[in-house]
Design a protein around this ligand. Structure first.
Ligand SMILES: *Cc1c(COP(=O)(O)O)cnc(C)c1O
Length: 253
């Protein structure tokens, strides 16, 4: 399958899962995770009109965001050219929205805040405080998700469920951060059904917090589901899925 076909297939699977759950496909944001993607594949996806991209490593995010910005700038200045083989073209008015989805060390926070639309991976009070202190002297505010370690695995990042309400309260008190919801990852398994109870538990936690009016009433994003389990995640209430290998292919060894 080509990249365009894999992308289309993922979009169709999202639409089917959303409809099965009684929701509109447009309610689910697809973040294309580029960590194993080749630069030309990122460009090809942008040419298909895709805007939401995710990276798990800050350095990579910085490089790729600046590369994409350069492509768009070149098109803005030089136009598309008249190559008859171009069927899709970059739209300079559709800049990518970058999502930071992996563990963020505090010393990298300053470098990425201006590049990202949403940080999915706020996993400690210290990181939240660092983001707040980086942004404090500016007018900027940034949207963040609290990453929850829903399964409690010791290898996973994230706030343990019992600590979530206190953490939500703390983040909500930081002016420069707008808490938009929760992010979680299910334990690795070959069987997507194994993820279901974890996603269901995260959804419950999400609803409980939303009912408290957190995030100035804008607490409405639930980021869960990857290539192996995004349909189950959507069925359990996810409205952002983070999909890498199902779009870009498995990582090259
Ligand atoms: C890599 C990654 C993904 C995407 O994984 P795939 O299985 O390739 O879809 C999603 N979320 C996070 C946090 C990741 O690091």
């Amino acid at each position: 399958m080509s990249l365009a076909e894999r992308y289309q297939t993922v979009r169709e699977r999202i639409a089917t899962a959303a409809s099965a759950a009684g929701r509109s496909p447009g309610d689910v944001i697809l973040v294309a995770v580029t960590k194993y993607a080749e630069p030309e594949d990122i460009r090809a996806l942008m040419e298909l009109g895709h805007v939401d991209f995710g990276e798990s490593r800050p350095q990579q995010l910085i490089q790729r965001a600046s590369m994409a910005a350069e492509w768009l700038e070149r098109v803005r200045v030089l136009g598309q050219g008249d190559d008859p083989h171009i069927t899709h073209a970059l739209d300079p008015d559709k800049p990518p929205r970058w999502h930071m989805i992996g563990h963020l060390q505090r010393n990298k926070a300053r470098k990425i805040v201006d590049l990202v639309r949403l940080i999915h991976s706020v996993d400690s009070l210290r990181l939240a405080e660092e983001l707040q202190s980086v942004l404090r002297k500016t007018d900027r505010r940034i949207d963040v998700l609290l990453q929850v370690n829903i399964s409690g695995e010791s290898t996973k990042q994230g706030c343990l469920p019992p600590a979530v309400p206190a953490m939500v309260e703390q983040i909500d008190s930081m002016y420069s951060l707008r808490l938009r919801g929760l992010m979680t990852m299910a334990p690795y398994s070959e069987n997507p059904e194994d993820a279901r109870p974890h996603f269901a538990r995260c959804r419950e936690l999400f609803e409980e917090i939303r009912a408290t009016g957190a995030g100035e009433g804008a607490f409405n994003l639930l980021s869960m589901g990857m290539s192996g389990d995004f349909e189950v995640a959507i069925e359990e209430g996810a409205n952002i899925v983070r999909v890498g290998s199902a779009i870009f292919g498995a990582p090259k060894a």
